[in-house]
Every structure is written in C-alpha cells, then in structure tokens.
Ligand binder design. Structure first.
Ligand SMILES: [Zn+2]
Length: 132
C-alpha cells in the first residue's frame, strides 16, 4: 500500500480528520480522471472502428487501450484509497470518550500485508489500535 511508512507521519502532521478529507478528495479525483480517460478511450475506439487508414487504426487502437487501461486503473486506485480511508475512519472513534478522529499515532507495525497503528486519544489519552 502506498502509505506504508508515511501514514503515521501524515496523520500526526495535520490530524486524522484532515488526512481523511485529503484521502476522499484524492479518491474522488481518481474517479473524475478515470471517467475522462474512459470517455477518451471510447472516442479512440470509435475512430479505430471507423477504419480510416492502417496508420490511424493502429494509432487509435493503441490510444484506446492505453486510455481504457489507465481509466480502469484510476478507478481501482479510487476504490482502494476511499476504502482504506473509510476503514480507518470507522475505527477512529475513542471507546472511552467517543471523540471521533482525535488521535495521535504512537507507533505502527507492518506484518504480512497488514498495518497496525497504535494510537492514543488526544482528549482522554485512551490507547487503542487501528488495523488496515
Ligand atoms: Zn478519548
């Protein structure tokens, strides 16, 4: 995952809520970019199917594949980014004082594809962990 090693610094830098907002903005930007690329890919596909000449066919086929592939990748990245942010946000409520997103990360542990963040409530100092 792209924020391995940076997640703790990112959350502690601006706070969890700002981090979460940035993830959502990034995720929805990927959705918008993916949509544009898929529309462009469909346009290139239409030019390709028009059979103007061998050169235009080859060029538009290549551009169609690149655009559609990149658009699909953007949507996968969007789902991954938004999904991870939502998953962490659901765990970011303090069990002791019910404060949402008022956390500082104390440490993180990576093992076999999962990430555990050990956090502490800013308001009441209650410790717990978030897993991704
Ligand atoms: Zn608390």
């Amino acid at each position: 995952m792209r924020w391995s090693g940076n997640l703790m610094r990112e959350i502690n830098g601006d706070g969890f809520r700002r981090w979460y907002e940035r993830q959502l903005i990034g995720g929805f930007s990927f959705i918008a970019l993916g949509l544009l690329l898929i529309v462009a890919g469909a346009a290139f596909l239409e030019v390709w199917l028009g059979h103007e000449s061998a050169t235009v066919d080859l060029l538009s086929a290549g551009l169609a594949f690149v655009s559609l592939g990149s658009g699909g990748y953007c949507w996968v990245k969007a789902a991954e980014t938004i999904g991870a942010a939502e998953h962490l946000a659901q765990q970011a409520v303090c069990a002791s004082c019910k404060a949402y997103g008022r956390i500082t990360c104390q440490s993180e542990r990576h093992e076999r594809g999962s990430l555990t963040l050990f956090v502490q409530c800013i308001r009441c100092n209650h410790p717990w962990s978030l897993t991704l």
